[in-house]
Design a protein around this ligand. Structure first.
Ligand code: GCB
Length: 582
């Protein structure tokens, strides 16, 4: 489903702001009838995680209930009415006026439900959203997994998520109410190729169409268009076509030019029924030999793994934080990021399209263990999530690659078929971008990497290994990189390397946790990675300090940020800037 838009034919209202909230400590609110009227004791802000808004909710990982009333304009009576939640972590159920509309599983992708039949026009409508944030082994990402299956840290951390970021609960992204006409444009898929200096734009458009008329597709500012006759149809209608843009202005970090594809659904009298404007960029991205090519030119990715994380907001998206983060990425000279360890908000990706930031889009599959590969349940669920992610993000020029998993157990034999099936599934949905997964231990025993287009590795030599011995850490990194390429013969991306630094701690000669150690390690290792002919990128872990669960190795937050959690630069930020802005 398309991102909601205010157009000549569609209305859009934000339901962000204050909602009534109640914590359901026993997860039995439905039995108590909360969906028919919430016994709310407080207000809470949306979008934002609930945890940092009230002290007693910081460690609340059960079910939260949200409620608000909304009056719908009379003139929307002939329209379809939809409700879209950008993301709510983790399992959401929607009721309108006490009637259950639907459920969505997954904490980092949107859900949208048509609510037309539940809406009243003569009185306020009660919208209720239940968000179940329990941590469980079969949730993505998983928690509370068997300790004997863990391959890295996290034993006994509180809460018991099996990943290194705080499992914030709640409605973290915008809630939008919007309308479409009864016959409407449902989905638009663009993909682009180059032919000499021209751009070829392949479009696939699906519609729910109950009229006879025409679908008009054009690229604004060009003379490129196509028209298709439509007959009234109760089923989904799909049209495909190719538009050509001569002398195309190619999307790239230096000139992130966005074209606008205007799609109009017209009736037989020529009146417009529905309209949607889809932005896209003309660009290609391929792996060729040991190179990553954008528009045919080799590219080296410099930047970070990040998190959606900020004080008070938790995982809530806020335009001011996005602005600050993009400003800092630009200041430091980063050209790319990875959406570690889940798909980021629509708002982030729209910003990246406009700014020319290159993005590796990651699934929320961090920390799969052996038992996840047994049977088909997790594989099927993971494939559904990949489908949702690719469908949501396919038109973003900023996304140049997919990462299908971070640091799963890729060393047991069952992992081979499991990760191959994820790769095949993602390729079948999108063959226009390279796909990777991320290894965290030795590549020699890894059974999954071979299925992917390029190799991604997270390495902490000089930190978790060779701790405090930077020279040795650098030597090991150098040798292991060469071995990795020798074994797999594919381009290598270092998706994580870095060290914790507590802002304000200075030690000479440099020691663990000092700003000096972080700065020296990051810069020296960056140069080693950059010097290899087969590497395509180096992402420092991490952009900013971020909240984690409690464990003896984390001092309230993970301190590997190059910026503090409130976005102030550490020494390493200045040093990296010198390297990246050369
Ligand atoms: C990793 C993980 C990342 C952690 C990081 C660390 O390998 O991918 O989620 O936060 O290490 O700091 O330990």
């Amino acid at each position: 489903m398309l991102y909601p838009q205010l157009t000549a034919s569609r209305m859009l209202i934000s339901l962000d702001g204050f909602w009534q909230f109640a914590a359901d400590h026993h997860n039995d609110g439905e039995e108590q009838g909360w969906h028919t009227g919430l016994q709310s004791d407080r207000e809470i802000a949306v979008p934002a995680s609930w945890n940092e808004q009230y002290q007693d909710l910081m460690y609340f990982f059960e079910t939260g209930w949200y409620e608000r009333e909304v009056e719908i304009p009379q003139h929307a009576q002939s329209e379809k009415i939809w409700l879209r939640v950008g993301a709510a972590n983790y399992l959401s159920t929607l009721w309108v006026n006490g009637i259950e509309v639907g459920q969505h599983e997954g904490g980092h992708l949107p859900f949208v439900f048509e609510i037309t039949e539940f809406i009243k026009f003569d009185r306020p409508n009660r919208i209720t959203i239940r968000v179940d944030a329990r941590i469980m082994p079969d949730r993505l990402p998983p928690g509370a997994v068997p300790e004997d299956e863990m391959i890295i840290g996290f034993k006994g951390q509180y809460p018991s998520n099996y990943y290194d970021f705080f499992p914030y609960g709640g409605i973290n992204r915008p809630v939008l109410l919007f309308t479409t006409p009864d016959s409407y444009i449902q989905n638009i898929h663009t993909s682009t190729k180059l032919s000499g200096s021209d751009g070829e734009v392949n479009v696939r458009i699906t519609m729910k169409n109950k009229i006879s008329g025409t679908c008009r597709v054009s690229i604004r500012g060009t003379d490129s268009s196509l028209n298709r006759k439509l007959t009234a149809n109760e089923a989904d209608v799909e049209i495909e076509g190719c538009l050509r843009v001569s002398q195309a202005r190619l999307w790239c970090p230096e000139d992130p030019f966005l074209y606008e594809l205007e799609v109009q659904l017209m009736d037989d009298q020529g009146a417009m029924v529905d309209q949607y404007v889809q932005k896209f960029g003309i660009r290609t991205v391929v792996i060729e030999g040991t190179k990553l090519l954008l528009n045919g030119k080799p590219l080296f990715l410099t930047g970070f793994g990040m998190h959606e994380d900020f004080p008070v907001l938790g995982k809530g998206v806020h335009p001011a934080v996005l602005t600050k983060d993009f400003n800092l990425l630009d200041w430091i000279g980063a050209n790319s990021i990875r959406t570690s360890h889940y798909p980021y908000s629509d708002e982030f990706l729209h910003y990246a399209d406009r700014k020319g930031l290159l993005v590796i889009g990651e699934t929320p599959f961090v920390g799969f263990v052996r038992s996840h590969y047994q049977g088909n349940a997790i594989r099927d669920k993971a494939q559904r999530v990949i489908t949702e992610m690719v469908e949501r993000d396919i038109n973003h020029p900023c996304i140049i690659a997919w990462s299908l998993a971070n640091e799963g157990d890729t060393f047991v034999p069952e992992a081979d078929a499991f990760y191959k099936s994820l790769y095949d599934h993602a390729k079948s949905l999108d063959d226009s971008r390279p796909i990777t997964i991320i290894n965290c231990l030795d590549v020699e025993e890894d059974v999954a990497l071979k299925h992917y287009d390029f190799v991604s590795i997270n390495r902490y030599y000089g930190w978790y290994e060779q701790a405090g011995r930077l020279d040795e850490g650098c030597r090991v990194l150098d040798a292991k990189l060469d071995r990795c390429y020798e074994l797999l013969g594919k381009p290598v991306m270092i998706t994580e390397f870095g060290a914790d630094a507590v802002a304000g701690v200075h030690v000479d000669p440099p020691e663990l946790f000092s700003e000096e150690y972080q700065a020296e390690m990051t810069c020296r290792q960056y140069e080693i990675i950059r010097s290899k002919p087969y590497t395509i990128g180096a992402h420092v872990w991490s952009f900013a300090d971020f909240k984690t669960s409690q464990t003896p190795s984390r001092v309230v937050v993970n301190r590997k940020g190059i910026f503090t959690r409130d976005r102030q630069p550490k020494l390493a930020a200045h040093k990296l800037k010198e390297l990246w802005k050369q």
